[in-house]
Unconditional design. Sequence first.
Length: 427
Amino acid sequence: TTQRETPGFTNSRQYREYAVRHLANGVSSTPRTAQLPVPVAMDRALDAILTDVDGNDYIDYTMGYGPLILGHNPPEVVAALKAEIDKGFRTASVHRGEGRLAELIAETVPCGEISSFVSTGTEAVQLALRIARAATGRTRIIKFRANYHGWFDSVHVANAPGNDGPGSGGQDPKASENITVVDWGDAAALEKVISSDYAAVILEAAAVNAGCFAPPEGFLQAVRDLTRKHGVVLIFDEVITGYRLALGGAQEMFGVTPDIAVLGKAIGAGMPISAVTGSRAVMEALVDGRVMHRGTFNGNPLSVSAAIACVERLQRDGAEIYPRMTAQAAAIQAHINAEAAALDLDVCANGVGSAVQIFTGVRQMANIADLAKADRSRIVRLTEMLMMNGLMPLPRGLMYLSAAHTDGDIEATMHALSKGLHAYATL
Ligand code: PMP
C-alpha cells in the first residue's frame, strides 16, 4: 500500500459555500451534513473506490448508504441501463420488466409471492402499512425502539436510541397516535401489548440502523407466533437487509417468514426502486383494489432494468458473494475490536452479515440494551480519522461491504483502520 498524504478538501469546501446559497443546508438528505471536516463532494466511483472533487480516493464503505451491493458501476447493471436508455425513456406505462422483477423476487425471497413497486423505502413502508390495515380492518401499528422505517410522520418516532418522540420538527403528532413502541429484541414486552386491536407489527429483523444487531435467539420466531395468534400482519422492513444479508434477506438468514417484506436499497444496485412483497393472502387487499397505490415513477423501466440485472447476478453468484462479504465484514469487525483493545480505546464494533457498526464511548456492545452506554457524539471524529486515512464509512460509523471489495481492498482497509484508530487515540 502507498503512503497517503493528508487529503485536502479545498474543492469540497468551495462547493459547499456555493451550494448553501440556494440548496437547503447544501445537501439533499440531512445526515449528509454530519461529515467532518466538511461534507465531502464526490466526483466519480468505480468498483469499491470513491473519488472526491479534490481527487482523494477512498475505499468506500457507504456503498450509497447500502444500495450498491455490487459496487459502483457493476458492468451488468450499466449494460442493462444503457440498453433501456436506447429504447427511449418511458415511465408510467406497463412494461415487461416489472413482471419479470416480481418473478425474480418470488424466486428469491421466502415471503415474496406478490410484489408491487415504488421508488423509495419510505414509500414502500407506507404502502405495506396501508395493505396491513386494509387486510385486517384495523388501524394500530406496533414498531420497535431504534428501528427506522423512513421519514414519514406516522413511523418517524422512536427511531434513534434515547428518543421516543418524533424524529423531526414539523411532524403531525396525530399521525403517530396509532403507533405503539416496544423494545426491540424483547418478546415478553411485545406479548404484553399485542392484541387483536393491531393491524401490523413492523420491525427490522436485524437491527442494522440501531447498530448491526442480529436478532436475539428465538425473538423473530416469538414475534411470528404472537402476530399469528392475534391475526396481526407481520412486516419485516428489509430495506437494508433484503438482498444484503442473504439472497432471501434476513428472513432467509434467520429462518422466519413474515407476511410482508419491504425491500429497497440493494434490490436496485443504486437505482431508486423499492418493493412491497408478501403472501397472496395479505397482498390480496392490493390486488383486489381495496388499497389504492399510485406513483408516476413506480416501476419505472430504468430502475426495474437495473434491479433485474442485480438480482439475476446475485441469484447466479450469491453462493460466492454472500459468504465472502460476510467474512470480510467479520474480519473488519475483529480488527477494529483488536486494535481498540490494544490502544485501550473506548471503541468497539458490532456486525451482522455484510454490515459493521463502530461505536465510541463503549468497549463492548453485548446487545441492544447497551446502546444507551455509547457516546454518539464522538463517532463522527472517529470516522473523520478513518476518512483521513482513505476509508469512507457513514459518518455515524456504519460500514457496508459489497461484491466489489477485493482482498486487496480489505488488506489496505486493515492498515487504514489501524492508522485511523491511532489518530483517534491521539485526538
Ligand atoms: N427502512 C429502513 C430499515 C431503512 O434503513 C431506510 C433507509 N435508511 C428506510 C426504510 C427508508 O428508505 P428510503 O431512504 O429509501 O426512503
